[in-house]
Design a protein around this ligand. Structure first.
Ligand code: FE2
Ligand code: FE2
Length: 428
């Protein structure tokens, strides 16, 4: 996919997601094409309020697609993705019309996915379907969950028969939703208890649909049935816990959660890949079986982003609200690097940076990678300042005075809101 020019990606943002001081990579436009802000200039509170007052719901900006990803080969052929989408749509239409499922098409789609995944180059990245229309979510989601599950099972070196069942079950995992009233599935606001109970039934409905076909064995059947069970027993429909939840259902559950986070929906933006990996890490041992979730977080970033989630020199916000720089990565657990803390939990600059190995310190974990350009500029300066101070140390034993200012507010470093979309995603 050689492209001479830099490629730009149009990003849609809900006005409600804008915040004061937010810095964007491109000029900001309304839906009507009116330019409202310049690239790289912090957004003002006044502008955000004006947009809201005018009833502007969405705004747009463009950002360059990182070259590194673009140059990497893709695992799945575009025509295979398109075929997958059509099959997924056909499955939904068959259920809606009470017609037989296209069993052969589902199986051949999964076989093609498996073939392209196992014959792909090691450096190739897994490309998935992008959601174009909101009402197409179930179709694109089913295919993406299938692709993610197959790719992961491939890493786990499962045999082909089991991977095929996993891929088929993943395509079918949410099809029970077709039998839940559309108004509930597409509802934007919070669901009532009764509505949530109905949504939960998509697991049982899905199981019943799949069970009617002799071609779909027990492994395929339990995927729709158990993909919302949680490791700690808080899931549904049965509240199973631990290893009682079959691993095929757990893998689909991880892939399902991952795709829900990275996909843009009518009520939330699509979050970056690393955000999804961090969220899986945060749910390891509660929602997800550790042995699978840890493997997913360690193995999949390379396959999805073409690079590890974290890099030395990245700045992160910890669960303690401390702000730190990644100074060393260990191979074993990619989301638990060694970090140097510059800003304490009271949002004040520390006197001396503290170095913490997150692999050892169980009380701290990365919550968010800072990607706001202006905040990064400030943090890089701070990091340099500390390095200079250290150089001076040998010569001068003078202590640097702590500046008690609220450094994060002043420089607009956003602490992570609890933006785990899973909690909002009642459609899953
Ligand atoms: Fe799902
Ligand atoms: Fe589901």
């Amino acid at each position: 996919m050689a492209e001479k020019e830099e490629r730009w990606l149009k990003i849609e943002l809900y006005t409600s997601f804008l915040y004061e001081g937010m810095v964007l990579h491109g000029d900001l436009y309304t839906e009507l094409g009116e330019k409202v802000a310049n690239a790289k200039e912090p957004l003002s509170k006044q502008l955000i309020e004006e947009l809201k007052l005018k009833g502007v719901k969405k705004v747009y900006y463009s950002k360059p697609v990182p070259k590194k990803i673009k140059e990497l080969p893709e695992v799945i052929k575009p025509e295979t993705l398109e075929k997958g989408f059509l099959v997924s749509q056909e499955v939904a239409k068959s259920i809606e019309g009470d017609k037989p499922l296209p069993v052969k098409d589902i199986e051949s789609t999964v076989e093609t996915f498996m073939g392209e995944i196992s014959s792909s180059k090691p450096e190739a990245v897994l490309n998935m379907l992008e959601l174009k229309e909101y009402d197409e979510y179930t179709y694109t989601h089913s295919i993406n969950v299938s692709l993610l599950s197959i790719m992961f099972a491939n890493f786990l070196k499962w045999d082909d028969k089991k991977i095929k069942d996993l891929g088929v079950g993943a395509i079918l995992h949410d099809m029970g939703k077709i039998l839940v009233p559309k108004e509930i599935i597409n509802k934007n606001g919070k669901l009532s208890n009764e509505e949530y109970e109905l949504v939960k039934k998509h697991t049982i409905y899905g199981y019943e649909i799949v069970k009617a076909y002799k071609e779909f064995n027990e492994t395929v059947q339990i995927i729709p049935l158990l993909h919302h069970e949680c490791y700690n027993g808080t899931g549904y429909p049965f509240g199973l816990s631990g290893e009682k939840i079959d691993e095929v259902a757990q893998i689909v559950s991880i892939a399902d959660f991952f795709d829900a986070i990275v996909t843009k929906r009518s009520y939330k933006p699509g979050y970056p890949l690393w955000n999804a990996f961090l969220a899986i890490q945060q749910n390891t041992g509660t929602k997800f079986i550790p042995r699978l979730a840890i493997e997913f977080v360690n193995k999949m970033p390379q396959k999805l982003a073409g690079e590890p989630v974290l890099k030395v020199g990245d700045f992160v916000i910890l669960n303690t609200k401390e702000i730190a720089e990644i100074v060393e990565l260990s191979d074993k657990s990619t989301l638990k690097p060694t970090v140097k803390i510059y800003i304490n939990s009271k949002q004040q600059k520390v006197k001396f940076p503290i170095v913490v190995m997150l692999e050892v310190d169980q009380t701290r974990a990365i919550e968010k990678i800072i990607d706001d350009e202006k905040a990064l500029e400030v943090l890089k300066k701070l990091s340099l300042e500390f390095k200079k101070d250290k150089d001076k140390e040998g010569v001068k034993k003078e202590e640097k005075n702590t500046n008690d200012k609220d450094i994060t507010k002043e420089n607009n470093i956003q602490n992570s809101p609890n933006d785990n979309p899973e909690q909002k995603d009642k459609n899953k």
